[in-house]
Write a protein that binds this ligand. Sequence first.
Ligand code: HEM
Length: 429
Amino acid sequence: MATAVVREVPELDAAAVAEWRAGRRPLVELMARAQRELGGVAGFRLGEGPPTVVVTDPAAVQHVLALHPETYAKRSHRARMLVGDGVLSASGEAWRNQRRLLQAQFTGPGMRRYQHRLEAAARATAERWAGHARTGEPVDVGEEMRLFALDTVWRALTGHPVDAATAEQLGGVAAVVEALPSLPADAVEPPPAVAADLARIDEVAHRAIAAARTGEAGPDGPGLLHLLVEAGEERPEYTDALIRDELVTLLMAGHETTASTLTWLYLLLDGAPEARAWALAAGPDGSAGRRTAIDALASEALRLYPSAWMLPRRAIVDDVLLSHRIEAGSDVLSCPYLTHRDPGLWAEPGRFDPRRFTEPGGRPAQQGAYLPFGIGARACLGIRFAQREMLALLELLLPARTVAFHGPAPAAAFGLTVRPAGPTPATVG
Ligand code: HEM
């Protein structure tokens, strides 16, 4: 039987890495160069030890994330400062149990319970935008979307709409998410500004936990937080610390991502007004045709700007990945952002065209070629939640309101998520 030849991962040379370091450019640029020059499994060395491996080939992405999660362990070192032992960063048996408890809330009957809360949050935003349109006062679209996404997840968690003071305090989540990637990899203590934000977030979390324990359920019935508090009554592992971590995890994973996707979508529509017209022409209000088209708008925004643009893992044993030798200890970085823009997979990858998601053959058939929500056991827990909340909002806003940005779209900032690097002021019409 023929044995496949196993070779080393091709690597950028030290000069390329030194040039990148000297330019103080974001990591995504070095990753993009590795992919461009060396292909879908490519490496570079950032220090002593094994190389960092960038994985963009769909079959390799599938291997790492979906087929061999036990070989490629999730690495959430920096995120842990914010989300502690929550389901996003937990591992092994603890992760399995935590995921099982939450999973039911995000599928079938659980999701049905939250549907009208998503819709209520969407209506509240649509009403606010109607006010902005009347007064003509400028809005920051990114901030508006953050408020919407926060309100949605807060209603799911607590049963109550988010109040202004809580929303203000939780602004720290965005600040922490922004600050974390620039901390040294071995940082144990957060710097003072991050520590202050974390303290404010903790205060909100502990207040919400106390309210879930003693207070009344919200007007929409109990929230997900009540479920966690109840779990704490029966299962010793659900301490207040873990309930806090789970709450902050859901707040972070569940609002930064959706908010930046919606903001990117509006920025992209600004450059492609025909796409909005196409979606509105796909069917009347509330029709299946309109919904499919709106989903396609969101899918295409997530192709160009997948909020979780990089999915880091660490090889915990030696492996062979598409005939490349992977050494135990290597950082293996899947990168939906680069896979989604690979010209070998996508026609005219830089162009915003939602029809890719509605027309036959519009997108690559390979698994692993499109993964804004990740793939495999650690894929996003909130896929349906995110899709439904975005649909609920866009069904109301797209036909009713126009958005005129006051300047060109900001560049992308690649932190834990990919966000617009600056404010996004606009007038709503
Ligand atoms: C457009 C919006 C969203 C995007 C693009 C997104 C993307 C992702 C991705 C790519 C992962 C996998 C990370 C990895 O493999 O390392 C993930 C995990 C996760 N997401 Fe989302 N997400 C979104 C919205 C949400 C929402 C609304 C929630 C909850 C309300 C949520 C909760 C989670 C959780 C808890 C995990 C960790 C799952 C685990 O490790 O078992 N996400 N998300």
